[in-house]
Write a protein that binds this ligand. Structure first.
Ligand code: RAM
Length: 344
């Protein structure tokens, strides 16, 4: 089951005609090199997630693959086992050597992969970040899942509701340098300071988007802070590990777990009462949008300039915003009342 971008739905009819015009125009040129093709015919798009084996990226990359197949390009997915700052560098170098048309990357660090990305760009590869950005000078476009403010706000709202707006909480994050989580955490702390005077963030720990490390960090937090009321985990790997730990412990019902998760990983914990609510966007749509954005760059339909517009297949029309960023939509809250509607 999907939930779609409202704006895209509203523009769907328009998008169909725009798509027809664009595909009619795009058939001829093949001047970009780097394995690209005007109509997407021989366009190679490589997805590079933070790490492999994370169901979130399995889903986003599935959306990317569907998009690339839809426009007749060649999809591949590569990535490191561990979400380390520079673990993606060898994969970027290889992609550049292969002369692929576009690389779609979620970064573990805003700078560590920057030189490799710029070398790939110099060799003719378009670079699209999605999910977790680099500094803007290292990429052509960033596909943002939802506004950072919106993502921070929904998580603060959920934990505040679940702990009666008072008490100690801790944050269980992904990799310590992850651009996306760090921005959200910063904004969550600001929101708590501004609007929730009785909530105190006592610690932030990092499970590196590794299930076991996140599980162990949850255990350590609960030992160290016996008064802890809640854990907010803005990572799908972290929240699932924290929920599993709490679900099997005496903390169940006493310590709330919320943050960002996938419905399939969280279903058990929502159904058994460990978790009341968590949020996310549609990772499949995110990957799909990123792939179409990559194609628009390669085809020269957009350059990443604010105001550029392109059509992302069934999702409709999108406009590039400030800092060469494209926004997918709003975060969505999952509870026991709606989780049965989702399968990803
Ligand atoms: C994990 C990753 C990803 C993040 C989600 C919410 O899967 O850290 O970057 O966007 O959680």
């Amino acid at each position: 089951m999907k939930f779609s971008n409202k704006k895209a739905t509203a523009l769907a009819a328009l998008a169909v005609s725009a798509a027809l015009v664009l595909s009619a125009c795009g058939g001829g040129s093949d001047s970009d090199g780097g394995g690209s093709g005007g109509g997407g015919g021989d366009l190679s798009v490589t997805f590079l997630p933070k790490n492999l084996g994370n169901p979130y990226f399995d889903t986003s990359d599935k959306g990317g693959k569907a998009a690339v197949e839809e426009f007749g390009g060649k999809f591949s997915e590569v990535g490191p086992q561990e979400a380390t700052p520079d673990g993606q560098v060898p994969f970027i170098n290889t992609a550049a050597q292969q002369g692929i048309g576009a690389l779609v990357v979620s970064a573990n660090d805003p700078k560590a992969i920057g030189d490799a990305l710029n070398e790939a760009r110099d060799a003719g590869t378009k670079v699209v970040t999605f999910d977790s950005d680099t500094d803007p000078e290292y990429r052509d476009l960033f596909i943002n899942q939802a506004s950072a403010e919106g993502i921070a706000k929904v998580q603060v709202k959920m934990i505040a509701e679940q702990i009666g707006d008072a008490g100690d909480i801790a944050i269980l994050s992904a990799a310590a340098n992850a651009t996306n989580q760090n921005e959200w955490i910063d904004l969550m702390k600001k929101e708590i300071a501004a609007s929730h005077p009785n909530i105190k963030v006592v610690d932030t720990v990092y499970g590196d988007d590794d299930d076991q490390a996140s599980f162990d960090k949850t255990s350590a937090l609960l030992q160290k802070y016996p008064n802890l009321k809640g854990i907010v985990s803005p990572t799908t790997v972290g929240i699932a590990a924290a929920a599993r730990y709490v679900s099997d412990s005496d903390f169940k019902g006493k310590v709330k777990v919320t943050g960002l998760g996938t419905p399939n990983q969280m279903r058990e914990y929502v159904e058994n009462g460990t978790v009341d609510a968590f949020a996310l966007w549609n990772p499949e749509d995110l990957g799909y949008l990123a792939a179409f954005a990559a194609k628009a760059l390669v085809d020269g339909d957009i350059t990443g300039k604010e105001g550029d517009t392109f059509t992302a297949g069934k999702l409709g029309d999108y406009t590039v915003g400030a800092d060469s960023t494209v926004l997918l939509g709003d975060p969505f809250e999952f509870t026991k009342d709606n989780i049965g509607d989702f399968d990803f």
